[in-house]
Design a protein around this ligand. Sequence first.
Ligand code: 2RA
Length: 329
Amino acid sequence: MKVAVVGATGLVGTKMLEVLAERNFPITELVPVASERSVGKEVSFKGKQYKIVSMADGIAAKPAVAIFSAGGSTSLEWAPKFAEAGIRVIDNSSAWRMDPTKKLVVPEVNAEVLTQDDFIIANPNCSTIQMVVALQPLHKRYGIKRVVVSTYQSVTGTGKKAVDQLFNERKGVEGEMAYKYQIDLNVIPQIDVFLDNGYTKEEMKMVNETKKIMQDDSIRVTATTVRIPVIGGHSESVNIEFANDFDLTEVRNILAAAPGVIVQDDIANQQYPMPLWAHEKDEVFVGRLRRDETQDNTLNMWIVSDNLRKGAATNAVQIAEYLSAKGLL
Ligand code: 2RA
């Protein structure tokens, strides 16, 4: 099958190529697509070199699927053109996520919503993906009323410029700033722009996308998203109020059996999820499971996942795998 990767030179695009190769996605030909300034350059995939092509040539190549990670404005302009040519688009930007006519998919949670009519499919925000993978099995069993989440997000979520800023600062070297402030030895309680309600766009993505993916507008979510000087993945402290009481051992067993989840929860041996261990893995790691002793039916947990993988590239490839398995590619 011909597969296009649009934005093939970015952090996520590069990770998409890695994941497609690792998971042996049935590719007969790769069509790397990027902006005009990258056309003609080459990317390596499974030991072969492929020349980067323009958007128009990407469409002309007629891939079965195009996985986009090229920013919202590029996706708004080009995803419809790929779709009109009969190419299914899986888009990693926020452009289509809250469009009521588009599906927002985390395969472990709601893959069943996908149909043959879906030609532009939205990949959720990284911080949302890792949270709903852990929330869904517990929602099914106990019913979630409210979620309070604080995130500790890797600079890789911003992109290469932010990673460079962190390591330049660490080396004491002047360089381009991805953030308004120093990030090394600091945390920045702002991801994306502020909205009229005092929340950031990132925080409202977690609020709104969670409801759409879990198909339950009754779930109340409030979020504080924070950038930290880490590269291995995003971490989240999550407080969940259920409609019903729960048994902690049962919670641990439900999570251990949940698709895409690995429980790392052995405080006697100081075993808990960390970006250090989650980096370059595809699972969502859950630990620090404990009852919130200040409120009935309420659980605290800690969730870590590699935001470039399950938070972006791997989730997108898993959507493509689902489409392929259903004969839709
Ligand atoms: C971030 N979740 O971490 C956003 C976009 N990747 O910056």
